[in-house]
Design a protein around this ligand. Structure first.
Ligand SMILES: C[S@@+](CC[C@H](N)C(=O)[O-])C[C@H]1O[C@@H](n2cnc3c(N)ncnc32)[C@H](O)[C@@H]1O
Length: 259
């Protein structure tokens, strides 16, 4: 499937009629960002898991740069860690929501981040790289803005047949999951990502992750009950993202920059 393919498939939403991976989809789906049971529900679960990899700030004025921050879903999970949270994204409607959650918004492209070299104590790159046609350029920028001794945390989808099957062919047919949000041609090979980070002195360690099964089944069952979909997930009941033996689909990475 190429980036120019469209994804009508009878889906009435404007988003589904756009080309795959069109950033305009995030405008179409802007009201979904902060709905815990909405189209971006899994991004909430992933944000919690990503935040767990972020160390507490080691100095006053420490900066966390969140590249491809979307509507700032990471913010509530890092708010107590002591960082100034700066978010970089292409999409204005998402950045405005991020600002409402305490993120300092910066409009910019992940491949040309308008921030100073070495400014960040932590760089977070959550569910972004699989949306960037030139992902090595985005990695170069993430590593550039990271200070020596700083921490890079990321998660993305692996460039495997299983990942394309589960994240696109299966997931995009589930009710409530946006169609065409991913271009499987852009998925990121985990070994290539580790090698790319190493070029910039960031020793990335990756591990496979997945949503835990019982919580996910409970969550799906709740959503299937008429009248319950759209209501917030009760506190503490969102499915957790847990480590798994294989990084063939979804994986997290964490690494410190030399120096
Ligand atoms: C799947 S969302 C993830 C958002 C956020 N990191 C999270 O996990 O909630 C991908 C985000 O990346 C942004 N994005 C895609 N391509 C980008 C690029 N080249 N530069 C900056 N942001 C980009 C989109 O606008 C969107 O907000």
């Amino acid at each position: 499937m190429r980036a120019a393919d469209t994804t009508t498939d009878g889906d009435p939403t404007a988003s589904a009629r756009r080309p795959r991976n069109d950033p305009g989809q995030y405008d179409d789906l802007a009201d979904e960002w902060w709905r815990p049971d909405g189209a971006f529900a899994m991004l909430h679960w992933l944000a919690a898991a990503r935040a767990a990899l972020v160390p507490p700030a080691s100095r006053p004025d420490a900066l966390l740069v969140d590249i491809g921050c979307g509507a700032g879903l990471l913010a509530p999970h890092v708010v107590d860690k002591g960082y100034r949270h700066v978010g970089v994204d292409l999409v204005g409607s998402a950045l405005r929501q991020a600002a409402g959650h305490g993120v300092v918004p910066v409009n910019g492209d992940a491949t040309a981040v308008p921030l100073a070299t070495g400014c960040a104590d932590v760089v977070a790159v959550g569910e972004l790289l699989e949306h960037v046609p030139d992902w090595p350029a985005a990695v170069a920028q993430a590593c550039r803005v990271l200070r020596p001794g700083g921490t890079l945390v990321l998660d993305t989808l692996n460039d495997t047949a299983l990942s394309r099957l589960l994240a696109v062919a299966v997931a995009e047919r589930l009710p409530g999951v946006p169609r065409g949000i991913h271009d499987p041609g852009l998925f990121v090979d985990a070994r290539a990502l580790v090698a790319e980070c190493a070029r910039y002195g960031v020793r990335l360690r990756v591990r496979g992750v997945r949503p835990e099964l019982p919580g996910t089944l409970r969550w799906l069952a709740r959503r299937a009950v008429p009248g319950r979909r759209g209501r917030p997930t009760p506190a503490g009941r969102a499915p957790r993202i847990v480590p798994t033996f294989s990084s063939a689909v979804l994986y997290q990475g964490r690494g410190m920059k030399d120096g």
